[in-house]
Write a protein of this length. Sequence first.
Length: 642
Amino acid sequence: MGQQKVWRHLFVMLTALAVFFALLFYRDNKYQSPPPYGKSGIIQLEEENLEEGNPVFLIDGWLLTDGRVTQKPVWIGEFSNLQRGDLSVSPHGKAHYQLTLRYDGASRIVETDFWQLSSEFAIFLDGNRIARGIGSGRAVFLLTPGDHVLEVETSSEQGYYSGMYFPPALGTVETLLRVNSVQNFAYALALLLPLTLAVFTLCLWRTGGSLARWFALLCCCYAFYMCRHFVFLFSAFYCLPVVQYWFLAQGLALYGLCFCVVKLMALASGVACGKAWRWLRVVLLALPLCLLALVLLIPVLPWAVFVHAKLTDFYYVFTFCVAVFFAARSGTAQGWESRWTLSACLVFGAGMLVNLIFSNRFEPIRFFWQFEWCGILLVLLFGDMMVSRSRRILRENDALTNHLEEEVRRRTEEVTQLLNERKAFFSDMAHDLKAPVFATQAFIEAIRKSGVGVDTELRHYLDQAEAKQWEMARRLQGLSTMNALDRIEGERVLVSVKELLSEIYAAHHGEAEVQSVYFIVEPPPQDAFLMAQPEKLDILFENLIYNALRATPPNGSIVVSAGMEGEKIRVSVADTGCGIPEEELPYVFRRFYVGTNNRENGTGLGLYIVHSIVTEMGGTISAESAVGRGTKFTMEFPQAHG
């Protein structure tokens, strides 16, 4: 079913292309324009011919004079250069074209457009020069009843084209302006669209790999090729010597376009890194170099024009065959890009085919050559492929994101459940162990008081058992404290620093007075706010102040102060107590660490809990102390704006 769908798609597209090209051939083709037609050096013009929607195209009836012929009847587009099939003579030189305009009607101002002469030229009317330049020419003159001799002289020394190859147009100024405006707009759109797609692709897929970069290069090559219209357009107003050599840039753009098509198809089919591709790449790059070398040799070797034309056709056919090969590989693999690669291959082949079949039989009036239409379709097809690729990646990313979100949610639930189970386990364990621990302590006290059979050795063992029992009781108390802290799950709220210090003073100054310790609170000059859980703040300062009260002798002092430092709130608790030895300061925030001054009643959890709460709030805490002088704990918290 997949193969049938692909073949049906290709058949529909081929039919659509055939219908489209047929419409172009009959509706937008200078060579299919209605009469009048020139004959034997004369074209008969009526007034109504100049009032129709399209201008009159001066194709037939010209008389050519050059170094080999005199007054030879030719039609414009019959030959691409002055060689005219004779490979022994130079394709360049001087040529003179003559056509008599036999007009029957009222006098009126008309305009003639000579498009892409690709050489130096001069235009004469009745012996008077009315225009000259390089590339394209325009002339406006008064057409009166009677015969008027229109003459064109060309001179070329280099290039691929020579003489007059593209049919000129004759019509009113308004008619030609309307036709040229439509054509200029179409070419501007065909120039800007691929450039926009190239920039968009490179910006969107900065890391999109080779496919995005080659698609952008394809768009740039096509846009550069379409610049030719504006190069010749400007040459009609300004003498641009570059137009004589523009065929080189135009050829490079076409070769680059062909190479990009083949490269994109190779990437889509997954064989862009194989040995076969490496050999094909050499051939695809070597042939354009040979073609450019032949173009440069045309002034020296007359037959180089013929060889260049045949080799160019071979290059197009060869690249088309390579594209068919890669498209077939992609279609056989049933990859997601096969529909686009096959369609692009078909469009590319159609462009090559019509370029060969309709040579010298088609020239657009308002829009593009068939090959240029195929280029636009190529850009749009590969653009559609990039859009589809983007959608596919976005869908995969969405699916992956949803999967990750679901996985994270599930893992979070598992971890939360595990933590809750651990908390419950430790809580139950602490509760269950309290009774045997305190019972053991009671038994030890009873044995010690009875004194029955207690000798020195037994007393030593009792002291050791009591120490271990006390250590176990301390650990159980720590577990209880940690469980109580974990149960605080309220949301963080804004806490005023001034109000916090007032509450601290109200809660602890009474205990300080009982111990004859001066308790001082120094609020900040301006109020500031913390984002915190008030219950945990109470535990934090309670631990710090209780430690300070135990360490401070009568008539000592404890100072709680706060201040601002940039966007940080600094809070300190300082005492004039016994101090902490310097070697113990690095360990005071460790869990279950008990210093020498706190061996008898310390649990080793107070400062650990303080450190945990400060860290949870996004702050830092440090300690400085000197033995006999006191200790100062300094905390810094990020300021919250109310």
